[in-house]
Design a protein around this ligand. Structure first.
Ligand code: AMP
Ligand code: MG
Length: 484
């Protein structure tokens, strides 16, 4: 059983502390983590609580006060041990054995109402043995940015971690990429697991196949449960991881999302997306768009994400070689492009309004769409949200009617690609019955949100926070993102 810190009445009545906590990772023993203490902050101002997630945890949001959040996720009272996980990783292609949770820890693991196990992991909760030269902190802007990324990605159907809370902590931080001093925050994020590719890479580096196997068994037991009784469970696990990652990258690409830092310590073994630092949603379609200012050679640019994730999966074969037949892993990885391609196609067709399109020209439509977005540099998200906003059954009348009430697209004869796109879209629409137009309109609305936190949007939210401590835009935009 997980030990409770000095029990007191407040802790027993705090719904966040009486959740169904399970010491899953802790029970593996201390080869995988270090017990750490949380920073004691001078101030705790709750800036964001994700009530949408509380019901998922089986809690009634009204029964959880702001003070409950602050006690649990700002003061970190009532739970021990707090575990800084040990991991290494390939950073920009180079192996780094000096990583690990340097500004976060695993606060607890909870069985939620869907029966799945979730981690509560912190970011900005103080120094640990892995902080190296860092201060262990998260800037308030960094917290705001991660909340926005996670909620927007979730809305767009990406398998992602989400933030439970973000608390301003009253410290002044110095950062090269923000006007400094800048404000501080601590965030708690919820995801299935914070075990990264890098946790396994570390065990390989330490030449501990025994610990690798123990951790892999744990991963399969908790996150690939359907494989536990399979004879080939290890090879099947790797094959499924390849599939999950292939799908995840397709979700990012369709969402126009550039993660920015796809080091192997930022890749979850569950195939979830997490850790949103210098990310960006692309403004226009540009495969070479690079999100991190320190990514000098564009290694992690938008268009490289599929091949980079494939490379990360390949590197992960090294620690698994002691357990899984390399031929099996090579065969598993060979499917990556198919998984990625099929999911990307499916998601992009949904963005174009089609849940299922067996039309022979579906691929041509996709190619024309990308070619147009690339040539015109019309806003990537704007294009699709304008499709959703202006869609009309009249688009079936003639090609010139398609998207004709939106002023973001070229007028007739200005772009051959766009004209061809309209001709094809019109043709495909006419293969559907009139009464199916509502379904198409709904699909467009479901898959193309009006609100996407592009960088200028984030800056416009941040400005009033920085200048007048005005959080209204932040609250409004999250409401818009969360409401379908
Ligand atoms: P990231 O780029 O956020 O994925 O972090 C890479 C590594 O640097 C991880 O080991 C982090 O824990 C660590 N790290 C990042 N920022 C800080 C910080 N401000 N203080 C201590 N460690 C940090
Ligand atoms: Mg990271």
């Amino acid at each position: 059983m997980t030990l409770a810190e000095t029990p007191n009445h407040d802790n027993f009545s705090n719904p966040l502390l009486t959740l169904n906590y399970k010491p899953a990772l802790e029970s593996l023993g201390d080869d995988y983590y270090d017990e750490v203490a949380a920073e004691e902050f001078p101030q705790h101002i709750l800036r964001w609580r994700n009530d949408a997630l509380l019901s998922h945890l089986g809690l009634n949001a009204q029964a959880v006060t702001d003070e409950h959040f602050i006690t649990a996720f700002g003061k970190f009272q009532g739970r021990k041990p707090l575990l800084a996980l040990r991991y290494h990783g390939y950073q920009f292609g180079t192996y780094n054995p000096h990583l690990g949770d340097g500004r976060g820890f695993l606060y607890g693991q909870v069985r939620a109402s869907d029966g799945e196990l979730y981690d509560f992991g912190t970011k900005g909760s103080g120094r640990t043995p892995y902080s190296r030269g860092g201060d262990g902190m998260l800037t308030l802007k960094g917290g705001v940015r991660e909340v926005l990324a996670a909620e927007a990605l979730y809305r767009m159907g990406v398998r992602t971690s989400r933030c439970l809370s973000m608390i301003e902590t009253g410290l002044s931080l110095w950062r090269g990429d923000e006007p400094s001093p800048t404000r501080s925050s601590v965030m708690v994020r919820m995801s299935n697991s914070h075990i990264r590719f890098g946790n396994f890479e570390r065990l390989h580096y330490l030449q501990r196949p025994d610990l690798t196997k123990k951790l892999l068994d744990h991963v399969i037991e908790y996150y690939y449960l359907h494989l536990v009784t399979e004879k080939d469970k290890y090879a099947l696990f790797y094959a499924e991881l390849v599939k999950r990652v292939g799908k995840l990258v397709a979700q990012w690409m369709a969402a126009g999302f550039c993660h920015g830092v796809l080091n192997t310590d930022n890749m979850a073994i569950t195939g979830e997306s997490f850790d949103y630092g210098p990310y960006a949603f692309i403004s226009t379609y540009d495969p070479y768009f690079t999100a991190a200012y320190f990514d000098y050679y564009g290694r992690y640019c938008y268009g490289h994400q599929p091949s980079i994730c494939q490379w990360n999966l390949e590197m992960l074969q090294e620690p698994f070689k002691a357990i899984i037949d390399p031929t099996d892993m090579a065969a598993g990885l060979a499917n990556f492009n198919d998984y990625y391609g099929a999911e990307y196609r499916c998601l992009m067709l949904k963005k174009l309004g089609f849940v299922k399109l067996s039309h022979p020209e579906a691929d041509e439509l996709l190619e024309l769409t990308i070619a147009f977005l690339k040539e015109s540099q019309v806003g990537y998200h704007l294009f699709f949200s304008e499709m959703a906003r202006t869609f009309s059954a009249k688009w079936r009348d003639e090609p010139a009617c398609v998207l004709n009430s939106s002023d973001i697209v070229p007028t007739a004869d200005k772009s051959a690609i766009f004209d061809n796109w309209c001709i094809l879209y019109h043709k495909i629409l006419n293969d559907f019955a009139v009464d199916q137009m509502n379904t198409i309109a709904q699909t467009l609305a479901d898959h193309n949100p009006k609100t996407v936190p592009l960088r200028p949007v984030i800056e416009s939210i941040w400005k009033p926070i920085a200048e007048e401590d005005n959080w209204q835009s932040f609250v409004e935009i999250i409401d818009q993102i969360q409401s379908k």
